[in-house]
Design a binder for this molecule. Sequence first.
Ligand code: AMP
Length: 193
Amino acid sequence: MKLILLGPPGAGKGTQAKLLEDKYGCTQLSTGDMLRAAVAAGTDVGKQAEAVMARGDLVPDDVVVGIISDRIDEPDCAAGFILDGFPRNVTQAEALDVMLADKGLALDAVVELAVDDAILVSRIEKRAAETEGGPRADDNVEALRQRLQVYHAQTAPLIDYYGEKGVLRSVDGMAEIDTVSGQIAAALDSGAK
Ligand code: AMP
């Protein structure tokens, strides 16, 4: 199974990606996790990304496209992968199309976790309050609001991008975790390979 999980910060993409890993035996590829690991390790990519991430903006497209391309080639992705947090804009989506075609791969589906903005803001504020001073430098209200703004401006257009390609499945991301995972499974069974 080769999937994209699409949705704003706080929509539960990471949680659902983990459940999908268990169900389908494919690998979660979270660009956010990979970038945080690069920051922690102090690599060149990490140094380039740190300040950008802390304020909630996007790191350069070529950086994340390169990371994902290398990662998809690793053996644990042979059984499939779940892209969590990538692509984040149309440029990255177009680069992904080219990359997958070059590798002889195709997406099975793009699953959108649809979340109401007002609910998201309260979830985000709760998460920020719970994690302030914690492991994520971007879990403060200001950065999270910026990430939400970036989502609307740059990532939400991917809903139309994949909708036009006929691969988009939308589920209600505001339901309980188990309900959402059930809806994702139903959406995949109904249309995806
Ligand atoms: P996430 O964990 O997916 O919320 O990502 C945390 C941060 O990492 C984002 O706010 C961006 O600064 C950066 N990031 C993650 N994925 C991407 C991506 N595909 N393109 C650009 N920046 C990204």
